[in-house]
Design a binder for this molecule. Sequence first.
Ligand SMILES: Cc1cc2nc3c(=O)[nH]c(=O)nc-3n(C[C@H](O)[C@H](O)[C@H](O)COP(=O)(O)O)c2cc1C
Length: 192
Amino acid sequence: MKIIGFSASPRKEGNTAWIINKILEGAKEQGAETSAFSFSDLDIKPCRGCWACHKGDQGCVIKDDMQKIYDALEDADAIVFGSPVYMGQMSAQGKIFTDRLFARFSPRFSPFFKENAVKQKLILSFNQGNPDSSLFQVYFDYTRHMFEVLEFDVKEVPVVTGMRNEPAHEREDLHTVMKDIGSALVSEPFQE
Ligand SMILES: Cc1cc2nc3c(=O)[nH]c(=O)nc-3n(C[C@H](O)[C@H](O)[C@H](O)COP(=O)(O)O)c2cc1C
């Protein structure tokens, strides 16, 4: 099973990266093949809205680092996408990535439009400074729904709060919780 992690934080070694790495660690211990991308390292430009990906036959025409992500996504069984909460939403880097997924959802290119196609599993992880977990719940539920509409099989939406007071790596409780999420991703049976 191939699992790819994406960190949408500009902080390469921040809370988001730590959380994603823990989830991937749990998955790897169950035999998954894991890899990770940090948007802090990548040049991913915003969608131009040219529709070339839907009209032409060459996919997205923006030749930047998103091209290697499109390739990597081709044979991924599961994705772990993590973003810090910025002003109540995912980061700008996360939104740019999400918009660029539009090119993947052309019926012409996407295997996910084929009948009986196996959906890619998704863990959608958020973390925020504020300790109140209910503050942005509406947004998290909305985003889960948005990815489900895009044919992802959203398994979990872990929201880690209180990062303002204690960074993720200092939170003893998170080690096991995050690894268990990764482990469950591998051990759960595939959707038929
Ligand atoms: C520009 C910006 C906006 C933020 N907005 C919020 C917010 O609306 N609510 C919140 O609880 N935390 C907010 N935070 C705090 C981050 O979500 C939190 O520190 C997060 O753990 C950072 O993740 P990282 O270490 O991976 O970058 C914000 C931080 C920044 C830099």
